[in-house]
Design a protein around this ligand. Sequence first.
Ligand SMILES: C[S@@+](CC[C@H](N)C(=O)[O-])C[C@H]1O[C@@H](n2cnc3c(N)ncnc32)[C@H](O)[C@@H]1O
Length: 290
Amino acid sequence: MAESFDGDWLSLREPHDAAARAEPLARLLAQRLATARPHLLDLGAGTGSLTRWLAHYIRKPQSWTLADADAELMARAFDEMQEAAWAVGWAATWPGRKALLVHAPAGAWRIEGVLVDLRRAPEGLPLDKVQAVTCSALCDLVSEAWLDRLAEALARHRLPFYAALNVTGRERFTPPHPADALVARGFARDQRRDKGFGGMALGAAAPAAIARAFAARGYAIHRAPSPWAIHRRDGEMAGALAEGHAEAALRWEKRDWRRVLDWRDARRDQAAAGRLAAHVGHEDVLCLPR
Ligand SMILES: C[S@@+](CC[C@H](N)C(=O)[O-])C[C@H]1O[C@@H](n2cnc3c(N)ncnc32)[C@H](O)[C@@H]1O
């Protein structure tokens, strides 16, 4: 079964993701999309957060295919896409019911969805119909072998690959807590858990693995930091982040689990009181065929 993600968590992180992604790489990708109406494929699209952000940089008509295994997240992606359009006064229509058309001033965005299990990728992906493949917060879930297979398929089609928000493992909660290292160790271990993509998940090794896989196939690699800076005023996000860390650490911590629970309770209180901040390292990677 595909690893499942909570739609509310994806919505909560969306503004932080948007603030974190490295704009220069988005602009560089947009410049490379030379066709009049480029078509992009967003892998593990979730609630469509990356599409909603990146589409603004491609200042012309464009098509998107959102690919995900989770039908609920996919339905939510289209609801949120419509709401985001209405919020800025743009029309969003369903001509023919197959795709959503967002009438952006610089040219319409045509958005369709495909329910697909990415574990079998590139099988089931419309690589011959698109001009770029994107993803956000996906590559830390996959294995090195999966990434290699994807890179091979994309290289065959000479397609750019843009992978945003890959964790780097460099993270810090503030104020410090005596169990920080214990929780961080369990969390990092959980990130390497097999998520069904054919082996150990890349976790914090993802940015280097992406660069390696595509450089080996002659791509030019662009990397840029895209950390989350979670401020004390972002109590809900800081609290949810800490809950996720504790839950992951508890999966592995058989001996010191009480210390993890104490850490979680302390972090809950701090988040509720507006006293918890966090810095989470990410890196965006853009791979361009030469
Ligand atoms: C961390 S979420 C990122 C979602 C979105 N890209 C974002 O940045 O908000 C990972 C996404 O990958 C999807 N996913 C995980 N395993 C999958 C699989 N085997 N096949 C298809 N999608 C999968 C999940 O459903 C989820 O939407």
